[in-house]
Design a protein around this ligand. Structure first.
Ligand SMILES: [Zn+2]
Length: 69
């Protein structure tokens, strides 16, 4: 089961295959952080990701994925 960490909504998964796309962060903090040795993992659904990036001072780089065309 995959849940969005921000809104808590359960993402739709059928036969272990996610039926909607989401952002997955897996960050291993290093020596120069205050979280050295800690591994952070979280998931954001597409809406929460959109809400998150809309708060950015510098917009996300968006490029067309040519391989999909
Ligand atoms: Zn969400």
């Amino acid at each position: 089961m995959i849940k969005c960490n921000k809104c808590g909504r359960e993402l739709s998964v059928v036969n272990d295959i996610p039926r909607e796309d989401f952002l997955q962060i897996n960050k291993s903090w290093g020596y120069f952080s205050k979280k050295d040795g800690k591994n952070y993992k979280f998931v954001l659904c597409e809406k929460c990701c959109d809400d998150f990036v809309s708060t950015f001072e510098i917009p996300v780089d968006v490029e067309d994925n040519i391989e999909l065309l």
